[in-house]
Write a protein that binds this ligand. Structure first.
Ligand SMILES: [Zn+2]
Length: 425
């Protein structure tokens, strides 16, 4: 007998009246009116069943540290990095583990079951690396945590960083990171991209660099990243995160750059909440939005995902692990208000992000892992509009989080007893 039969769900691709049958933690059948016995049957009542949310860009070593040792007064990236530098010597492994585990609980409650987190390797003790490797094992039953060795202070600028990066990879960190725009010169930035891509190629690793997170239109490290990807045969395994300088670049240059990114199979990650907050801080008016060119990259065939990046840390004082909030912000900042545009913003926090992480067994189809989220919405657009309640979150076919449906109970004569704020059909 199967373990779970979920009846009458709507899928993100628009199929309705779909049943999903689960056995031994895997999906065995997805079709209308499945005739089977299961230990548990749940009626989805036509609500949206989606694969879990995936956050492709986060900093779990810094999360929930807001106010330690002080808040970011200027609101800039550079003060955030300085503040993190003040906090680092006072960090303990226990405190990092405790905060990270607390965040993972929030994430699961929001249907966020896979996170790629950068971890700072510019501390010779590699305290944060040890802490997050421990967290990765602890959360394995309910959340996939993938780690990126991130030289926050610059792999060339910070003494010993390259050696520490090698150590972190040996310890079990999966992905090679970088931050070329924070190196001392443009040349050093390009050199750091070459060194780090060669390291990744030699070790068979993916690459995900903080790249051009600046309003300076001349910050063009994404070009080096694409060229090194082609030279080393890393197509499909390399990601440029942030890419905010592309917002300010000359259109002619971008018309050459985007096809190069596509040719190299480089993925792009925008971090809408953070980019709209940190960028444009040196502007008076008009103030730039500072998010990369999301619709143009998507139209050219580049795989684009949205990340949360920060929650209550030196760079950002808000956030709750809600990837629908991330999608909504991306939609607004990029003005992606067409039907296709809004759906693409949902994909940016689900399937597109899963592709970047090379997640195994992701999706609602036979053979895939039985990880999915039942939302109080009928389609992806409504899910974004309502920041829909996560009615049930499933991991390997078991419910790991529940949220009651949002309902209003109005006790007045002539008013309906229940208000349904889903759009009329
Ligand atoms: Zn980041």
């Amino acid at each position: 007998m199967a373990d779970l039969l979920l009846r009458n769900a709507t899928l993100p691709d628009g199929r309705t009246g779909i049943d999903v049958l689960v056995a031994a933690g895997r999906i065995v059948n997805v079709s209308p009116r499945i005739n089977a016995e299961a230990a548990q049957t749940i009626d989805a009542e036509g609500q949206l069943l989606t694969p879990p949310f995936v956050d492709p860009h986060f900093h779990m070593d810094a999360t929930l540290s807001y106010g330690l040792p002080r808040v970011n007064r200027s609101g800039t990236l550079l003060e955030g990095i300085a503040l993190w530098g003040e906090l680092k010597p006072a960090l303990t492994q226990e405190a990092i583990v405790e905060r990270a585990l607390a965040y993972c609980d929030w994430a699961v409650a929001k249907g966020l079951l896979a996170i790629r987190s950068h971890v700072d390797v510019c501390d010779p003790r590699l305290l944060a690396v040890e802490a997050l490797l421990h967290v990765r094992e602890k959360v394995k039953p309910y959340l996939d945590l993938q780690l990126v060795a991130f030289p926050q202070d610059g792999v060339l600028r910070s003494a010993g960083a390259l050696e520490q990066m090698r150590r972190a990879l040996k310890m079990g960190v999966e992905v090679v990171g970088g931050i070329p725009h924070f190196e001392r010169t443009m040349n050093d930035g390009a050199e750091s991209v070459r060194i780090l891509c060669e390291l990744a190629a030699a070790e068979g690793r993916m690459v995900d660099m903080h790249c051009d997170e600046t309003d300076d239109p001349h910050s063009r490290h994404i070009e080096s990243l694409a060229v090194q990807t082609l030279r080393l045969g890393l197509q499909g395994r390399v990601t440029g995160s942030h890419l905010t300088s592309m917002h300010s670049m000359d259109n002619y240059y971008v018309s050459k750059l985007i096809p190069l990114m596509h040719e190299a199979g480089v993925h792009a990650i925008a971090n809408p909440l953070i980019n709209i907050t940190l960028q444009g801080r040196h502007d008076t008016y008009p103030k730039r939005r500072g998010m990369t060119r999301v619709p143009e990259l998507m139209a050219a065939g580049v795989n684009v995902a949205f990340g949360h990046d920060c929650v209550m840390d030196p760079w950002y004082s808000l956030g709750s692990g809600d990837m629908l909030e991330v999608a909504a912000m991306g939609l607004h900042v990029a003005q992606m208000t067409s039907q296709d545009g809004m759906r693409a913003c949902f994909d940016a926090v689900t399937v597109n992000a899963a592709k970047i992480l090379e997640l195994d067994g992701y999706g609602i189809a036979p053979g895939k892992r039985a990880d999915f989220v039942l939302l109080q919405a009928r389609d992806p657009i409504e899910a974004i509009r309502l920041r829909a309640a996560r009615l049930k979150v499933f991991r390997a076919g078991k419910v790991v989080a529940e949220t009651p449906a949002a309902t209003a109970r109005i006790d007045l004569p002539g008013r309906p007893e229940h208000v349904d704020w889903r759009a009329p059909r």
